[in-house]
Design a protein. Structure first.
Ligand SMILES: Cc1ncc(COP(=O)(O)O)c(C=O)c1O
Length: 444
């Protein structure tokens, strides 16, 4: 192993005793399970002492957030300001993942006898994390799968209508397109403002679009194009009064927002915990409200689909990579150690600062609302006379900041999208703003 790799790993495994560190290199194998446990314990100890010391520290930057960001392992100073597709795993999640994958190397018997027994504890943890019952939690592979489970599993007849917003992700559109083609249901698109001015503007638009044939409203909770946080509570109340079901695509929601299924009130909620929660790719969550479970058929069937009287009937998928699920539980533990409310506040504080400063730059149009009730950690905007791609490339080259282009020109939504997660600092946001100001000064 060359020197660079050793120093990188040293950084990864800070907190590991010298003996374990040496053992790791000598054996050329993964760390011992007890060493991984010790590593995780030291991470949580440091978070607990930070919580005690800086409990009042609500500033967007400072010792607390600096120290916390050390539990992420970005390479070469990468500044990750895009949590779309996938975000990073913090150290304890990675350690737990390795620990459980290692079992298949040393004792495959335990992969099917011991590890699955830990799955119910993860389901219970997830339920507490989003204020639901464990009987309402389906462990899926991703949001797309969750959206398909719902679209596929509901009995809809030819001519029944499903309302979508004009800014849905392909993973939220195509399950319905398939159903449209196969069963003759109708998809109706409801336009969204860029940004909408108020909660009532959004809810009223959907209310007007409801007809006697409307059965489902299927919308993004976290709109990937504009950064809108959909007012699910108000929408669900309106829809339920009219006997319409609500499915929320919250691909970005878990880990970004302090979620409460009971309060939000929708019937189905699909999310991908590897974007903002820090879970490994390949594990997702679908919430199915107890009262509507009877209406939903499982899409995948093996033993149990007709026996379970709860959400477990939707996940009889055969052998799964349970290590992913256990690591998902660790991701929940990590965020709980910091505090869900604190995380949402930090994310929104950074996004609020970014939006305030962007508005001062000539030619900038915010596609995301300034209102923290209908916005979160995704900020989208465009700049008159500056190509979004140019911004993305420039800040990557100059500062190693990752942001992305989003939307499309024809729809008028083309722009730049920035994620402000807990490991991003005010300094990083200022670097991004400096890059944007530079390009604005040079625009023709
Ligand atoms: C709003 C939205 N829905 C669905 C998806 C698809 O997510 P996944 O690939 O994790 O299923 C994404 C991906 O970023 C998204 O932003």
């Amino acid at each position: 192993m060359d020197k660079i790799k050793q120093s990188e790993l040293k950084d990864h495994f800070k907190g590991l005793s010298r003996r374990d560190f040496v053992k790791y290199f000598l054996a050329g194998s993964a760390l011992s399970i007890s060493a991984l446990n010790r590593l995780n314990a030291s991470v949580y100890q440091s978070i607990t002492s930070l919580n005690q010391k800086y409990i009042e520290d609500e500033a967007p930057d400072g010792v607390y957030w600096d120290a916390l960001s050390k539990h992420f392992l970005f390479k070469d100073g990468l500044i990750m300001m895009n949590n779309g597709t996938v975000g990073p795993m913090p150290k304890p999640v990675f350690n737990t993942l390795i620990k459980h994958f290692k079992v298949q190397v040393t004792n495959p018997f335990d992969v099917y006898n011991f590890i699955p027994s830990k799955k119910e504890a993860v389901r219970a943890k997830l339920a507490r994390f989003i204020n639901a019952s464990p009987d309402e939690i389906v462990i899926t592979r991703n949001t797309t799968e969750g959206m398909n489970f719902v679209a596929n599993g509901l009995d809809l007849k030819k001519g029944d209508e499903v309302l979508l917003s004009s800014m849905e992700h392909p993973g939220g559109i195509h399950p319905w397109k398939l159903k449209e083609k196969r069963y003759g249901i109708k998809i109706k698109n409801v336009p969204l403002g860029l940004p909408p001015k108020s909660v009532s503007e959004i809810v009223d638009a959907f209310e007007k679009a409801i007809s006697p044939r409307t059965k489902v409203i299927s919308i993004s909770h976290t709109v990937y194009i504009s950064g809108l946080i959909f007012p699910l509570k108000e929408l669900s109340e309106m829809a339920h009064e009219r006997g319409v079901l609500v499915l929320a695509d919250s691909a970005h929601g878990i880990g970004m927002l302090d979620l409460n299924m009971k309060k939000l009130g929708m019937d189905f909620f699909a999310t991908s915990p590897y974007k903002w929660l820090g879970a490994p790719t390949g594990v997702g969550v679908l919430y199915v409200r107890k009262e509507v479970q009877e209406k939903l058929w499982p899409t995948i069937a093996s033993g149990g689909w007709d026996r379970y009287e709860n959400a477990r009937k939707f996940e009889t998928l055969g052998q799964r990579a349970d290590a992913l699920t256990i690591a998902l539980g660790e991701a929940v533990d990590f965020q709980n150690a910091v505090g869900r409310e604190r995380i949402e506040r930090r994310i929104k504080t950074l996004a609020g600062y970014l939006k305030k400063e962007l508005e001062k730059i000539s030619g900038v149009k915010l596609h995301t609302s300034r209102d923290p009730y209908i916005s979160g950690g995704l900020t989208a905007f465009s700049i008159k006379g500056v190509e979004p791609r140019k911004v993305v490339n420039y800040v990557r080259e100059k500062y190693n900041i990752v942001v992305r282009t989003i939307g499309n020109k024809k729809a008028g939504t083309y722009g730049i999208r920035v994620s402000t997660h807990i490991y991003v600092s005010l300094k990083h946001v200022n670097m991004l703003l400096e890059g944007i100001r530079h390009l604005v000064r040079r625009r023709s």
